[in-house]
Design a protein around this ligand. Sequence first.
Ligand code: VGL
Ligand code: ZN
Length: 202
Amino acid sequence: MRPESDALLVIDVQNDFCEGGALAVPDGDAVVPAINALMDDFATVLLTQDWHPPRHSSFASEHPGKAPFDTVEMDYGPQVLWPDHCVQGSHGAAFHPDLRTDPAQLVIRKGFRRAIDSYSALFENDHATPTGLEGYLRTRAVTRLVMVGLATDFCVQFSAVDAAKLGFEVTLLGRACRGIDLDGSLDAARAAMRGAGVRLED
Ligand code: VGL
Ligand code: ZN
């Protein structure tokens, strides 16, 4: 068992990112058994949940003439548009039914403001508005984060880079992550994470 200072941060293992979901990540379901097994090693287990209100500004359906996976310029910078997904309280927003949730001590919800998306578990997409997770980690004296979940090139990447920038020691376990891979975004994500000092392991 690892010390309490090491947290397993499980990103967005929700129905909409798994097979049959609105924004299914290829082979996304494969992370579930790997993550469940990891939970036994960690005294500190935290989950994130993508949690959008209806008509969220990241939904392509809110942008006439735009399609899912197009990019638009928001006042906080570029934003990829997505199919409607992870609407608060919906089946798609629920955790994958086989994901163990009992070991989790915190569920942090993000993307709940209509006008701004939040890929990262730490800051919204303006890179300035905190989610509150940093304070939780610091007050619990967590210094190391092992990150797993969906999607490698969006929410996992943004969370890992933000955490590394804040001084946490971050490791990403590739076997428990899967990516969307839009126009080479997976390779770009790996490079960005390495550049930020994130350890990439299998
Ligand atoms: C995610 C796109 C939109 C993710 C969330 O969890 O990676 N990607 N919302
Ligand atoms: Zn989302």
